[in-house]
Design a protein around this ligand. Structure first.
Ligand SMILES: [Zn+2]
Length: 430
């Protein structure tokens, strides 16, 4: 009200326009930054009391309370009673209070988003409430065909299972080089047809709600960050049909103004003559992707069209055989190079390694540590984690649809995150 009154009563000529804009925009921008910090915090800790939420964000109780009330009204978060007999089983904030009370969490009852994972061979779908967390469990899976029209047909076929009045948007995880702002796939080595089509327009004809595209490794990094408290600097590398990565620095996704980063799968390996979907020869992805590993396994053993479980059984019996060791060493070299360039010392690996004997992960971890300069001074962490794509998609939805923010404001948010305390909160915002 203060700002409205000021602008109505005052002769505008005494203010420069820049001053006026600043006066009016700053409070709402700070409100958005605080809302975003609060939602990110709730996604990470799951459940919190009003008092603990305010404290962990470094906000006054009245400021935090106002944001909480607005988000409750919008149906973004919900308040629930924690019964006395359950208090011992609830998370730390409740125990510390020493008494039951009303707690807050992201809304869990009505699904707000439809999550879609456009994979190279399969497309998976699931309705997601804002409070979705944990590991990926998709409810429906359809084959990914080789054209936009056929893909639309597949989605249309299963669409009746994904109807809801409460739907706020469709969130699609896509591989390749993705311009998220323009919602366009620029280059996709394993799904070239996605380059020629507007996926949001195509999906928007089936579900008439906003459609958001997000690059798949970035989604995985956001999902990991959303569910692992305190992790602020890491390189995530995902192995599967393709290989790619994403970087989180000071709690924020590293994004280049041009929509390309984390593409370590297309780094060449000396002596590798395999052709890659990107048009080049010798990319590490052609060796370490599931298809690449199976091809090497077939070449080494003479097996015709071996399966992934057969490869796993072979490694369990024979150990990390020389062809596999060479591939793992080459992959580790690429990862260590990325760590050295970015100054990182924490790697999170998701995807196909979880199906292989632990010796494979052990070999890769040791080789990464050999190549990472941080290991000469201290610890280099290599963690094998489940894919948390659905949690990542929810983080994308909160970011892009629930409390969106202009690019110019994101810069400011990044600075605030970087300067926030090491307690994992966003202290000092106000
Ligand atoms: Zn390539």
């Amino acid at each position: 009200m203060f700002f409205v009154g000021l602008t109505l009563r005052t002769d505008f000529r005494i203010f420069s326009s820049a001053f006026l804009i600043k006066m009016i925009v700053v409070p709402s921008r700070m409100g958005r930054i605080n809302k975003r910090a609060l939602l990110a915090r709730l996604q990470q800790i799951g459940v919190a009391s009003r008092a603990d939420l305010a404290k962990s964000l470094g906000l006054s109780q009245p400021t935090s309370g106002k944001i909480v009330d607005q988000l409750l009204e919008l149906g973004v978060i919900e308040e629930f009673e924690v019964p006395m007999w359950k208090a011992g089983a609830t998370p730390a904030p409740v125990r510390r209070l020493g008494r039951p009370g009303r707690m807050l969490r992201l809304q869990q009852t009505a699904p707000r988003f439809l999550g879609v994972q456009l994979g190279v061979t399969e497309t998976r779908l699931k309705m997601l409430p804002l409070g979705a967390n944990g590991e990926d469990q998709w409810t429906v899976s359809v084959p990914t065909p080789s054209s936009a029209a056929e893909w639309q047909d597949e989605l249309r076929r299963v669409a009746p299972q994904f109807r809801g009045q409460s739907l706020w948007g469709v969130l699609i995880s896509v591989p390749g080089i993705v311009d998220e702002k323009e919602a366009k796939v620029i280059f996709s080595p394993n799904l070239h047809w996605t380059e020629q089509t507007s996926l949001p327009a195509l999906v928007g004809k089936i579900w008439r709600v906003p459609v958001v595209l997000a690059q798949e490794e970035r989604v995985l990094a956001l999902g990991h960050q959303a569910l692992v408290p305190g992790i602020r600097d890491f390189l995530l590398v995902d192995f599967g049909e393709g290989v790619g990565g994403a970087v989180v620095v000071a709690g924020k996704l590293f994004l280049h103004p041009l929509p390309m980063s984390g593409e370590l799968g297309h780094t060449p390996v000396v002596g590798n003559q395999r052709s890659c979907g990107c048009g080049s020869v010798g990319c590490v992805e052609t060796l370490i992707s599931t298809r690449g590993l199976l091809q090497s396994f077939a070449d080494a053993t003479g097996a015709a069209r071996p399966s992934w479980p057969e490869l796993s059984a072979h490694v369990a019996a024979a150990g990390v055989v020389p062809w596999l060791a060479g591939t793992l060493d080459a992959t580790a070299g690429v990862i260590a190079g990325a760590l050295n360039v970015m100054g990182l010392r924490q790697v999170v690996i998701t995807g196909s390694f979880s199906d292989l004997p632990p010796a494979v992960a052990g070999h890769l971890s040791a080789a990464i540590r050999r190549g990472a300069l941080w290991a000469r001074f201290g610890e280099v962490g290599v963690e094998f984690a489940p894919r948390r794509r659905t949690a990542g998609l929810v983080a994308v939805g909160l970011d892009r649809l629930v409390v969106p923010m202009a690019e110019t404001e994101r810069d400011q948010e990044t600075l605030l995150h970087a300067s926030a305390g090491r307690d994992g909160g966003a202290g000092g915002l106000i």
